[in-house]
Design a protein around this ligand. Sequence first.
Ligand code: AMP
Ligand code: GLY
Length: 415
Amino acid sequence: MKVLLIGSGGREHALAAALNRDPELEELHVAPGNPGIAAIALCHSIDTTNNSEIISLAQKLRSDLVVIGPEAPLVNGVADALAKAGIACFGPSQAAAQLEGSKDFAKKVMSDAGVPTARSFTCTNLDEIEKALDAFGAPYVVKHDGLAAGKGVVVTEDRTTALDHAVQSPRVVIEEFLDGPEVSLFGISDGTRVIGMQPAQDFKRAFDGDRGPNTGGMGAYSPVHWAPTDIVQETVDQVLNPTIKEMAARGTPFVGLLYAGLALTMKGTRVIEFNARFGDPETEVLLPRLKTPLAQLLLRAATGKLIDGEELEWSDDSAVTVVLASEGYPAAPKIGEPIMGIHESSDSAVFHAGTTLKDGILHSSGGRVLAVTGIGSDLADARAKAYEALSHISLFGSHFRSDIALNASVAEKGN
Ligand code: AMP
Ligand code: GLY
């Protein structure tokens, strides 16, 4: 099988590594890729905001499957364009990608499908905004309706801050605050069926102790021992399946990765958000543990051929991913610094998230630079492996969290 993967981050590096392990894979191409991906796949530099460049490349390479990493090409309709060209695509249509592209749309689908989520109001003027803020009270949760690259959501005790954020967008979703730990749980769907992956926990705040600004994600771990043992089945039954059924009933089936961000509240599991693609850095912590051949799985999903009752196979190992970020990330990342000390090892993997080669030397090129995953017999072991690999890497001014999976590993030992 020949696969073309679109994207250039740590998620795509982890996807590429997992696709490569599939015995059916003959050729792996990535566009545009990055220096880490270039070591394990053939990279092609194209403009991925241009659908016709993606189609031409897939045709030239005679790809059996195109896998879309990031959300932008999906919201741009690349899956529709590939379908028109008769090329199998793992990733939803433009209409189905609205589950991520519009918070208001996602709320409507959840409401119609009976999926548990925070109560909310969609507001388009000041009067509606003020009424919604006062209906729920503090802490206020205000979400801009469209794609906002992680900057669209404000959670605050301060009504003025909430109001200021709300009036910056023509359409906002204001919702009830959900109190409880968050986990990410992904479903792989062929449009009618959906298979749940194991959950992972992501660390969104920049600094230790969940302090500092929100980021794209500073680390993750899996498995999540403290979550209810039936969390995968419960999420498939109450969230993923009803959503997939609802999207199919609307005539816009969702084919691809349905990412459910969940809050485990005292009243039960609630959906915080949907994304229409693999999460980052959850992918870097989940895929190293996946034993099911990934290329065949994604091709079955892309062609409507998932098997009823199909389950994924996972290794018993634990995994912990720690993100190395540039100085100043997330506010104003300083890029262009040399990176040293990346070494291959059997119990860790270094995924490139924001790197580039300059005169043959690896340099940082983004806010999140590397995602370092440790694999071990339990979370403490996996943590040790990740931080050991990270300790050899030098990048001037960089920072990382030192407490990824710390509480969970202590709790695991205590059990
Ligand atoms: P989102 O982009 O919707 O995932 O929101 C980003 C982050 O804001 C989430 O990961 C949560 O930490 C927080 N958040 C979003 N919605 C809520 C909510 N209803 N209650 C509490 N926190 C929330
Ligand atoms: N880890 C958060 C995201 O991928 O959106």
